[in-house]
Every structure is written in C-alpha cells, then in structure tokens.
Design a protein around this ligand. Structure first.
Ligand code: EPU
Length: 302
C-alpha cells in the first residue's frame, strides 16, 4: 500500500514519522519472507495518537512491526502500511534494580547491558532474536523463564482508548506465549525489575543457555523460531520429529533437520510455500495424534 497524497506525506513529517516508500519486508523479518509496502518509522512516541487518527481518517490500514523475528509476512504488494518505532539513544536507563527499556531496544543487547551492571534473571532469553517490545507482547520465554515475570510497568499506545497509557504489572496477564494486550496495542517502553546478580554468574548462565540453543536449534538459518506452540504437556518439535518430518519441504520452506518445530527458509521461500508447509505439518500431526497445533508464529497474510 502506498501513501501518495502530499497532504498526508507533509503531516507525517510534522509528526516526526519517516516515510520509506515500498520497503521490502523480507529484509525486516528473520525468515527473510515478505512483500512490499510503505514503512512508517516513528521517531517520537507522543505523536502516535495523531498518527493513528491520520491513518484511520484516510482509511489507511496499518500493522505494527517489532523486530520481525516471530513473523511470517505475505507475498507481493501488501494491503496495509507498516509502523515501526525508531530506537532512541539511550534505549536502556538503569535505576537500582529497575531497567527502563524502550520497546525498540534489542532484547539480547538489553540482557547483556543489564548483566554488565550486575542485573540478571533474563539470561534464559539470550539468543532469542527481536526487540524488547516483541518479547513483551508475546511473553517470550525459554529455559524455564518468561519476560512477564520481571515486568513492573508498561507504557503503551492503547487502541481501545486511542491514548498513550501506563499499565502496572498486575494489570497485565502473562501466560504461555500470550498476554492480555490487544492485538493493536503498541508497546512503547517497559520498566523491568531484575534481581541483583554478579556479572560473572550471569555470564555462566548465558554460556549454558547459548550452548543448549546451539546444540538443538538451527541458529545460522533463516527462521522465525518455533512455528507452533507446545500443546499442554507435550513438545510440538518432538511430535513432528517422531512423524519423520524433518527435511519435509514445500519449495524452499523446510522443516529444520535440527529442530522439527523450526521451519527454515532455505533459499527463496515464499509465504505461500511456508504456509503450505505449516498446513501440511499441522494436518499430519492432527491425523496421528488428534492434536490441533496452534501457531506460535504471527502470520500477516494479505
Ligand atoms: N525434540 C525432539 N526433536 C526435535 C525437537 C525437540 O525430539 O526436533 C525433543 C527434545 O529432545 C526435548 C523436547 O523435544 O526432549 C523439547 O525440546 P526443546 O527443549 O528444544 O524445547 P521445545 O519445547 O521444543 C521450547 C520453546 C522454545 C525454547 C525452548 C527452550 C515453545 C514452542 N518452544 O521448545 O522457544 O527456545 O523450549 O526453552 O515453547 C520459540 O518460542 O520460538 C522457541 C523456539
């Protein structure tokens, strides 16, 4: 979708929004899949309510992009524009055991920055790609921890009130890969409370998690992490593996040989290929186990 009306373009500039016409979303997602549309890069949080009013009043549909690491975007010219926050400088401010972090901050950088200041707790998430905002919205987790445990406050644009608001931790529910945020709420920043821990001890935890991840996940390849959520009490990866589906492909979309719940783009996979592979695997699991796997990956299909 293209914004060409000069009045809208001028207003975007007033709102400190940088317009990148015809951005290729394949370059903004870890799967390396996705068509083109206009990208609106937001430099100032305070302008967001006016920006969304501008888009709505001109009937311009939109979606919010975080780090693009858990996302499968459709092919071709996309029927909505994409909004993304520009990461400010500094993006992390520490105050005792609290870390005030911008939603656009890189998750790995945040974990290591806090670690160097003797604040730990999140080492299990090292190696999870993406932004802090994305991790927060999905309640990212690994190796027995989840980001929600450390959240004390979230500043967000709330679609329901069309305002920027601050929610306290207890007002938000964090479940397995799910939160109570509405799909069109936009995470802006978060206040985390992290336990004091010596850098060398955190580093030890980080090394262990890195090693586990390296040995079990296809880290060097283009993927969106796990495709399906684990059904209660079971592992989607093991179920798919037990069906002998590692290596199953549609075009260049392929079930990883290393971890069967990771589907990789082994070349020039399209969204169509990846979606066909997801459907095929879901159907085979359903047939054998009678379990309907739910997507973990977020799909923006045109
Ligand atoms: N397994 C297999 N074959 C496979 C994959 C896994 O037999 O191809 C077995 C493993 O050997 C293990 C069990 O299944 O005994 C569980 O595997 P793993 O420890 O890799 O954990 P998982 O349940 O597959 C979850 C998260 C990952 C997270 C890891 C580590 C989900 C859907 N996945 O994977 O998160 O990194 O635990 O904590 O919750 C993600 O969210 O994108 C993600 C990758």
């Amino acid at each position: 979708m293209r914004i060409s009306d000069p009045k809208i373009v001028a207003r975007l500039a007033e709102l400190h929004v940088e317009l990148q016409p015809g951005a290729a979303l394949a370059g903004l997602t870890s799967l390396g899949i996705g068509g083109t549309t206009d990208l609106l890069r937001i430099k100032n949080h305070e302008g967001i309510p006016d920006l969304l009013n501008l888009l709505d009043s001109n009937h311009i549909p939109h979606k919010f992009l975080g780090g693009g690491s858990n996302l499968l975007v459709g092919d071709g010219e996309l029927p909505w524009v994409v909004l993304q926050l520009v990461c400010p400088e500094p993006d992390i401010v520490l105050e005792g055991n609290f870390a005030h972090v911008d939603a656009a901050a890189d998750l790995g950088r945040t974990i290591t920055f806090c670690a160097k200041n003797d604040l730990g707790g999140m080492e299990g998430l090292i190696g999870v790609p993406g932004t802090v905002g994305g991790a927060l919205r999905m309640n990212a987790g690994a190796y027995g921890m989840q980001v929600g445990s450390y959240v004390r406050e979230v500043k967000l644009y709330r679609a329901a009130t069309r305002k920027i608001e601050i929610l306290r931790g207890h007002q938000i529910s964090f479940e397995y890969r799910h939160t109570s945020f509405a799909p069109d709420d936009m995470m802006l920043s978060v206040k985390l409370e992290l336990p004091s821990k010596l850098f060398k001890d955190i580093l030890q935890g980080i090394r262990i998690c890195n090693e586990k991840r390296r040995s079990s996940q296809p880290l060097g390849q283009k993927s969106a992490g796990c495709i399906f959520k684990n059904p209660p009490g079971a592992s989607a990866g093991r179920m798919i593996d037990d069906l002998g589906l590692k290596g199953l492909s549609v075009g260049d979309a392929r079930v990883s040989d290393r971890h069967a719940n990771f589907f990789v783009n082994a070349g020039r996979a399209s969204a169509r290929d990846m979606l066909a592979l997801i459907t095929e695997v879901r159907e085979r699991v359903q047939k054998t186990y009678g379990v309907e796997l739910e997507n973990e990956v977020v799909v923006w299909n045109a």
